[in-house]
Design a protein around this ligand. Structure first.
Ligand code: HEM
Length: 786
């Protein structure tokens, strides 16, 4: 408890170097800022650059016991320690009421007699039921479906930045300065359109939102897995979302753009064309959140100590490569495991893997901003990497799952307006509108301005201001002066100069008329859509055409389908427009659209075919077995793939132990099946391996589920491998245009690896290569029924 005894205080200068006596700040950190303590010597704010990062400075948050009060600089564990203070565990504890009274019975309500009515006085019943009645909060209006994880960001030691000797010449933002420092982050991935309970694998943009808990406050990089957006001005966002959400009369369809209102809107907005190309591509069907690129989308500014700025685009590049699912597979997964992406991230981190991304920037000096054929402020445009390379700054690692989905993943609240010194906005009119929208929407979700006090949102940096009260206020703000200017509180909390880490907006010169209009420089709508089309591999182009057949095939109104073909696609590429038209009952256009660019430019970085990693770490491999399998082969397959970081599961017709003595030497023991065909399917795996063993292979040949497993994996372009007699299962399926091994051979054909020789290690090497390639697009699976 503090008292307001201002007269006794005397003012001392704070130590700007960070060597200030910790005990003084720790004891007084919050009270000073709040404007009154008993018998304190009066200090300047404890928050100067040198001291804020340590636990004493953070103690300013201790109103709810959530401070990082360990006296250390911010490190990758700081947020965890802060959250530890609010974690509740029932282990070994009595059941109590919300107010700490021990409860003796929680299954029966208090009644007037065993069969009598419930009595009003039953405080335990009323409390339990009231809490339950109120335990949901509104879902996000967009991005309702998501999942999150904790981790850290660490800058590279001396990143090789072209044109800069040191990262500090680029930005003063603290998370980039010290390669020893790990800044805690919380990341939430999401789909955009579907409701909170919708399936993960729908065709949609994925959100990629990162909260950096820096010593200078929270920085939220609220991006997507696609580097551009549908619209150019925030004013259009409600229209876009109304068009793509379920139609207002029947509330159908859930989590899908494939209906009339979305394509009606799209067909009337040529600026959407570039984004539509990305949405129709495999980018909208990520294999996993850990296999997605992320982008800040808008052009931002980085600002250095001198106040000079340059433009940047942020890029996250995943260590595990950028990979996709195929459409048929996504639809089946949505039934078999609608939590596919959520579960994947959770399982992978729990298994000890650490999904990782490299953060890079494309840098454009202010004087260079006009050299492009597009406007840097237009969010429907990328800066092609052929023009400006991505320069790596550091890496982000996700290494911890949340303890509680609601408290952390649901309650995390991002806001692109959360920036720190060294990072600033541009006039991108979409970004500008977002700066309003997120703060506003959180008021709807949390019904309070105090959403920033919830532990997952609370910064590690100290917070002191005169924003007060409101629903569910957690902090106890001491002192009488909650206004400025004040003399009673000696002017605290005091504004910080730039030198003391105060945020100063980049002083951009603005000179313009007040006008509701759009710049002419935003008018080139088809150039980059064509660049994207040109950059795709042939299978990727076919995916786009197939996707358009599905999406527009679901559109009832012919005029909408026609507008998409004639007004948009035919202005991207004539052949593309014809191919789409042929699948959706639209008369193919006879000649290219009048606005179709003729350039053949391509940017290899846009194709996912160029983003496959060497590693197979985290890939999920099924080994199909039954009684009589060659257990030694199973063990060797498993250990070799697991040594490479892959996750292996044994799949059989039923769960339980399988006889593993089917090898030549009749050894191999028992093999435990992890999954049965009832609960899994090839769609939940990256690859399938069929080991030998006479009994096992004979059984598999009789099982429709086993044959379906392999055929479907083939249809979805996945790596398939078979060893010894296992190859007979593949031969029986008559996979089109695939050669399988004869006796004594090892054959790899279109990602199908078969081996009928003793060369198991050569076989496994070929299997690893085939898995690393992710999908084998050179197949012709259309004849395969699965
Ligand atoms: C004017 C355009 C936009 C508006 C008005 C807008 C508005 C919103 C709103 C209201 C939410 C829900 C926030 C919540 O309840 O927590 C949201 C979430 C989100 N938005 Fe936007 N958005 C816009 C454009 C964008 C763009 C261009 C991106 C990508 C760069 C983006 C990325 C996200 C992400 C990732 C989330 C989910 C955050 C989370 O995981 O909690 N939005 N947006």
């Amino acid at each position: 408890m503090t008292t307001d005894n201002d007269d006794e205080r005397e003012r001392t200068e704070p130590d700007r170097t960070g060597t200030e006596d910790e005990s003084t700040i720790e004891a007084d950190g919050r009270s000073d800022g709040a404007g009154g303590t008993d018998e304190t010597t009066e200090t300047e704010p404890a928050d100067s650059r040198g001291t804020r990062a340590d636990g004493s400075g953070s103690d300013g948050n201790s109103g709810t016991g959530t401070s990082d009060d360990h006296g250390d600089e911010i490190d990758d564990e700081s947020k965890r320690r802060q959250l530890d203070d609010v974690r509740e565990s029932p282990d070994g504890e009595f059941l109590t009421s919300d107010h700490g009274v021990r409860i003796s019975e929680t299954d029966n309500s208090l009644k007037a007699g065993q069969r009598g009515p419930t009595i009003m006085e039953d405080f335990h019943f009323r409390e339990k039921m009231t809490q339950f009645d109120h335990e949901s909060i509104p879902e996000r209006v967009v991005h309702a479906r998501g999942t999150g994880a904790h981790g850290y960001f660490q800058p590279y030691e001396d990143p090789d930045l072209e044109g800069y000797d040191d990262v500090s010449e680029l930005t003063k933002a603290t998370p980039f300065q010290d390669p020893e420092q790990k800044t805690p982050v919380f990341v939430r991935f999401s789909t955009v359109v579907g409701s909170r309970g919708s399936a993960d694998t729908v065709r949609d943009v994925r959100g990629f939102a990162t909260k950096f808990y820096t010593e200078d406050g929270n920085w939220d990089l609220v991006g997507n897995n696609i580097p551009i957006f549908f619209i150019q001005d925030a004013m259009e966002f409600p229209d876009l979302v109304h068009a793509i959400k379920p139609e207002p009369d029947d509330g159908i369809p859930q989590a899908s753009a494939a209906h009339d209102t979305f394509w009606d809107f799209a067909s009337l907005k040529p600026e959407i064309t570039h984004m539509i190309m990305w949405i129709l591509s495999g980018r909208a069907l990520p294999r996993a959140y850990r296999m997605m690129q992320g982008f800040g989308v808008h052009t931002f500014r980085l600002v250095d100590e001198e106040g000079d700025s340059r433009f940047v685009k942020f890029h996250w590049t995943p260590k595990y490569g950028t990979n996709q699912l195929v459409w048929d597979e996504t639809q089946k997964i949505a039934g078999k495991n609608p939590d596919f992406n959520r579960q994947d991230l959770y399982d992978v981190i729990e298994a000890g893997h650490e999904p990782e991304w490299e953060l890079g920037v494309q840098i454009v000096e202010t004087d260079d901003a006009d050299r492009f054929e597009f406007d840097l402020l237009d969010p429907t445009k990328i800066i092609p990497e052929t023009e400006v390379p991505v320069q790596p700054l550091g890496r982000m690692v996700l290494n911890e799952t949340p303890d509680n989905f609601f408290a952390e993943t649901e309650q995390v609240a991002f806001h692109p307006g959360n920036v720190i010194p060294g990072i600033d906005f541009t006039n991108d009119p979409l970004l500008q509108g977002r700066l309003f929208s997120y703060q506003d929407t959180q008021l709807n979700r949390f019904n309070s301005a105090n959403w920033d006090e919830i532990p997952i949102n609370r910064p590690l940096a100290p917070r002191h201001n005169n924003q007060r009260a409101g629903f569910m206020r957690q902090e106890i703000n001491a002192g009488t002066a909650s206004y400025k200017p004040n003399s009673i509180g000696d002017e605290y909390p005091e504004e910080a100069s730039a030198e003391d880490g105060g945020y100063e907006h980049y002083a951009e010169k603005i000179d313009g008329r007040k006008i509701r209009d759009r710049s002419e420089s935003f008018e080139t709508h088809f150039d980059q859509a064509r660049l994207f089309w040109n950059s795709m591999s042939e299978p990727e182009q076919q995916n786009i055409v197939d996707a358009a057949h599905f999406e527009l095939g679901k559109v009832d109104r012919m005029e909408i389908r026609e507008r998409m073909v004639y007004d948009l696609f035919n202005n991207v590429d004539h052949d593309f427009a014809v191919r789409v038209a042929e699948g959706i009952g639209v008369e193919p256009p006879e000649s290219p659209g009048e606005e179709m660019p003729t350039h053949d430019d391509a940017d290899p970085s846009l194709s996912m075919a160029n983003r496959t990693p060497e590693t197979i770490e985290t890939r999920k491999i099924a080994v199909l077995v039954d009684d009589g399998v060659d257990g030694d082969q199973v063990s060797e397959i498993r250990s070799t793939l697991e040594d490479e970081g892959a996750r292996v599961e044994i799949v059989s017709e039923t769960l339980g132990e399988k006889d593993g003595t089917g090898g030549d030497d009749a050894e191999g023991g028992e093999i435990e099946a992890d999954k049965s065909h009832v609960t899994t399917g090839s769609i939940l795996f990256d690859a399938v391996v069929v080991p030998g063993g006479e009994g096992s292979v004979d059984a598999l040949l009789e099982q429709g589920d086993a044959k379906q497993f392999v055929s479907e994996a083939f249809k979805h372009y996945k790596p398939i491998a078979a060893l010894g007699r296992g190859t007979e299962l593949l031969s029986a399926l008559d996979l089109p245009d695939v050669e399988t091994a004869a006796d004594g051979e090892l054959v790899t054909d279109s990602g199908v690896v078969t081996c009928r020789s003793e060369e198991t290690s050569a076989f496994l090497e070929a299997v690893i290569d085939s898995i690393a390639a992710h999908r084998h697009w050179d197949r012709e699976p259309s004849e395969v029924s699965a």
